[in-house]
Design a protein around this ligand. Structure first.
Ligand code: 5GP
Length: 113
């Protein structure tokens, strides 16, 4: 069997991390190594290794991930101050976990990218 990603281990409870949002397709956790005051990962329950592996079939899932991020930004009261959403893909972007996840980063002034 293919090795489970760290996020699958969290979802199954084999690795400890508070799940701060969950529905039938998506869950969210606080990043273990936050780069800003708010740093949340929005993750599909089904492992897709990189954004390169997505297709038209995933468009609702990907759209829903953004909507969940938007709702979490509001819940954390950073929707007006601002936030950043990003997917790292492969080595030049320093992707380290090969199970797609949307970073929601904010709560303070971010450096320009
Ligand atoms: P990537 O670099 O792949 O875009 O982001 C992976 C993110 O997952 C990193 O920001 C890293 O800190 C986070 N991460 C890795 N392992 C764990 C973990 O066990 N728990 C949590 N909550 N976050 C993790």
């Amino acid at each position: 069997m293919e090795q489970k990603s760290v996020f699958e281990l969290i979802l199954s409870g084999e690795l400890d991390s508070e799940i701060i949002y969950e529905d039938d397709e998506i869950f969210a956790i606080n990043d273990i190594n936050p780069v800003a005051k708010v740093h949340i990962l929005i993750i599909p329950k089904r492992k897709i290794e990189t954004i390169n592996d997505t297709s038209l079939e995933d468009q609702n899932l990907l759209g829903k991930m953004i909507l969940v991020a938007k709702d979490l930004a509001k819940k954390h009261n950073i929707n007006q101050s601002g936030y950043r959403l990003l997917f790292n893909t492969n080595s030049d972007a320093m992707q380290t976990v090969f199970h797609i996840h949307l970073h929601l980063i904010g709560g303070e002034k971010l450096k320009n990218i």
